[in-house]
Design a protein. Structure first.
Length: 340
């Protein structure tokens, strides 16, 4: 069959059935992925589809079955490591469950912006929506999603109103701070993320609470924006503090900037200063020295988001409130007891 024939418009299911030597019902079953088709027959039908250039009408199938096999994802930015890796995990697990994803960025995190994204997703025909909130510029009390839409929210405090999946930010920060205190450091300095970030604020609050519970002084925080450059600027300030022997940075990229600043100021890591990050990026073990950090299981976050949404779509029992994915401390070469 020539390439021109493969592109011939108007190829129908009946045409495929005729070429394959089967019934139109069998073609339909193969097209819909029905398991009760003999493998040889299935291959015969697929070969006929390829030969004729037939593509199943997924929109028509979706309307008939009442589902589109597509999940919408609304988010405010892909620039952060957490968001990009969460989206990657959602897409991967959705694909394993036979779903595609449609991504809708929201330029400005407002109620109108979120509702506009839901409108666009409605036009694109999705079965349910995962909202990656990340920022609390949208107060949970003000967030009202359209009724009748199945939703799971990531990284938010909307757990009393919608199912939420999040990394256990607080426990990760506690582990980081306790690790440094356990090595003998008198206190731990902190480079925090942006003030509008849920994750940043949870980590900072847990760091402060851990120091207070241990009866240790709470140093002033250095505010970053998740970038290595902001960590570098914060590190230059901390390098001028002779009493600073331990730093917990709210993500690995800022930790990298902190380490560079200390190196430039002649303060060795971990000889003079210990540094802990958060995320456990794939390259964290290649930092110099390798970075002690808090591991986030983004794959598990993505899996739970998709599974939670699919349970709603199937009207199965699911979790209510916030579901936390555990973190764990990964000890490498950037931490040691304080000098002396």
């Amino acid at each position: 069959m020539t390439a021109g024939a493969r592109r011939r418009p108007g190829v129908s299911m009946a045409d495929v059935a005729r070429v394959a030597g089967v019934s139109a019902q069998t073609v339909s079953r193969v097209s819909n992925g029905h398991p009760g088709v003999v493998e040889a027959t299935r291959r015969q039908v697929l070969d006929a589809m390829q030969q004729l250039g037939y593509r199943p009408n997924s929109a028509a199938r979706a309307l008939k079955r009442g589902e589109f096999r597509t999940l919408g994802v609304i988010l405010f930015t892909l620039a952060t490591t957490g968001n990009s890796r969460t989206v990657e995990a959602i897409a991967g697990h959705a694909a394993r469950e036979g779903y595609a994803i449609t991504l809708i960025p929201v330029a400005v995190p407002t109620q109108d912006g979120v509702l506009g994204a839901f409108t666009r997703l409605g036009e694109l025909a999705v079965d349910g929506v995962i909202v990656i909130m990340e920022v609390h510029l949208l107060d949970a009390a003000d967030l009202t999603l359209p009724p009748g839409v199945q939703v799971v929210v990531v990284d938010s405090d909307a757990g009393e109103r919608y199912p939420v999946v999040d990394t256990d930010q607080a426990d990760g920060a506690r582990q980081a701070t306790e690790h440094l205190l356990g090595l003998g450091h008198p206190t731990v300095w902190h480079v925090t993320g942006p003030a509008e970030s849920f994750a940043s604020e949870r980590r900072a609050h847990a760091w402060r609470s851990t120091l207070e519970a241990a009866g240790r002084p709470v140093p002033p925080v250095q505010r970053g924006d998740w970038s290595a450059e902001s960590g570098y600027r914060a590190g230059l300030v901390l390098a001028g503090e002779p009493s600073c022997t331990a730093v917990f940075a709210a993500n690995d990229q800022m930790a990298l900037g902190v380490m560079r600043a200390f190196h430039e100021r002649g303060r060795t890591i971990p000889g003079n200063v210990s540094v802990v990050g958060f995320d456990d990026l794939p390259d964290s073990g290649a930092f110099f020295p390798p970075l002690t950090t808090i591991h986030q299981d983004f794959a598990e976050v993505g899996r739970r988001c998709v599974d939670g949404l699919l349970r709603q779509l199937r009207h199965e029992p699911g979790h209510a409130g916030t579901e936390l994915v555990p973190t764990r401390l990964v000890i490498r070469g950037s931490t040691a007891p304080p000098p002396g």
